[in-house]
Design a protein around this ligand. Structure first.
Ligand SMILES: [Zn+2]
Length: 264
C-alpha cells in the first residue's frame, strides 16, 4: 500500500499533479481512542450526501467552490459544519499570501470525496479529490489541515513548469498548513536527536521546517518570493543565494546545526 502510494507520487508528480500522503515524519500523534469506531446502531436517517455550492467575496474577488459528498454521505455534516467554514476563511488568506505578477488565483475550484481514490488527497489544477476512508479516521486530527494543504496547491498553479522542485512545492504547502493554519499542532517539530537523519529537501513537513527556519533567520519574504519565482518559471537554486547570501547547501547545513543545537 505504502509503496503503491509512493510510486504514484513519483509518477504523478511528473504529471504536475500534487498527490499527497500524510508526511512520514514526525509521526502523528495517536488517534483519539474512539477514532474510527462506528456508532453501535445505525442512525434512522443517514445524512444525505450533497453537493454544496459556496460563494465567497464579491466583485473581482468572488470565489465559488463546491464540496461533493455524494459518495460519502456520512461526511456531509462535517463538511458543512467544519470544512466549509475553514475553506471560506483560508482560501482568501492563501491567495493573499501567494500573489504574483499578472496572476489571478483561481476563482473557482471543487473538492470531491471520491471512493475510488486511494491516496489521501490530490489536486489536479482546480480539482481536489479526497479519499473518504482516510478522512473518516482523521476528522479530529489531520482532516481539515490536509484540505488547507490542498488549497495551497490550488493557488500555487505551478503547473508542469520545468525546474520546479517538488520538495519546495510540498514544503510551502505544509509550511502554510502547519506553521500558519495550525501552529498549535506543532506538526513539523524535529527533535535534536533526529537532526542527523533529515535533509532540507526531504519534502513535506521536513522541508516546511527548513523553510520556516530560513524565513525566521534569513528572509522574511521567502514565501512570497519563492512562490512568485516558481509560478513564473524563474526559479533556480541561485535564488537562495540572492535572497539569503548563502547557497542552498550551506543553508541546509546551518539549519541542521540549528536543529542539533536544541539538544543543550
Ligand atoms: Zn501536496
Amino acid at each position: 500500500m505504502r509503496l503503491t502510494i509512493l510510486t504514484s507520487i513519483l509518477v504523478l508528480s511528473l504529471a504536475a499533479i500534487a498527490q499527497d500522503k500524510p508526511a512520514d515524519y514526525p509521526p502523528a500523534a495517536e488517534p483519539p481512542e474512539n477514532a474510527g469506531e462506528k456508532p453501535a446502531e445505525k442512525a434512522a436517517e443517514p445524512p444525505a450526501g450533497a453537493l454544496e455550492s459556496v460563494v465567497i467575496g464579491e466583485g473581482e474577488k468572488t470565489v465559488r467552490f463546491t464540496v461533493d459528498t455524494a459518495q460519502a454521505p456520512d461526511l456531509a455534516g462535517w463538511t458543512k459544519e467544519q470544512l466549509i467554514p475553514v475553506i471560506k476563511e483560508w482560501y482568501p488568506k492563501i491567495v493573499e499570501m501567494l500573489p504574483g505578477k499578472d496572476f489571478k488565483a483561481p476563482g473557482s475550484f471543487s473538492i470531491v470525496f471520491d471512493n475510488k481514490y486511494e491516496g489521501v488527497a490530490a489536486t489536479m489544477g482546480t480539482r481536489v479529490v479526497c479519499n473518504p476512508a482516510w478522512y473518516r479516521t482523521e476528522l479530529k486530527r489531520e482532516a481539515l489541515g490536509s484540505v488547507v494543504h490542498e488549497l495551497v496547491h490550488v493557488v500555487q498553479q505551478y503547473g508542469g513548469r520545468r525546474g520546479v522542485p517538488v520538495w519546495i512545492t510540498e514544503g510551502l504547502a505544509d509550511y502554510i498548513r502547519w506553521y500558519l493554519y495550525e501552529p498549535q499542532s506543532k506538526g513539523c517539530e524535529i527533535p535534536a536527536h533526529a537532526a542527523g537523519r533529515v535533509k532540507h529537501d526531504m519534502s513535506y513537513r521536513i522541508s516546511a521546517n527548513f523553510l520556516n527556519w530560513v524565513i525566521a533567520h534569513h528572509e522574511k519574504d521567502l514565501l512570497r518570493e519563492m512562490n512568485a519565482a516558481l509560478r513564473e518559471g524563474r526559479y533556480s537554486p541561485a535564488l537562495w543565494t540572492e535572497r539569503t547570501k548563502k547557497d542552498l547547501e550551506t543553508l541546509g547545513a546551518d539549519w541542521k546545526k540549528f536543529l542539533e543545537g536544541k539538544k543543550a
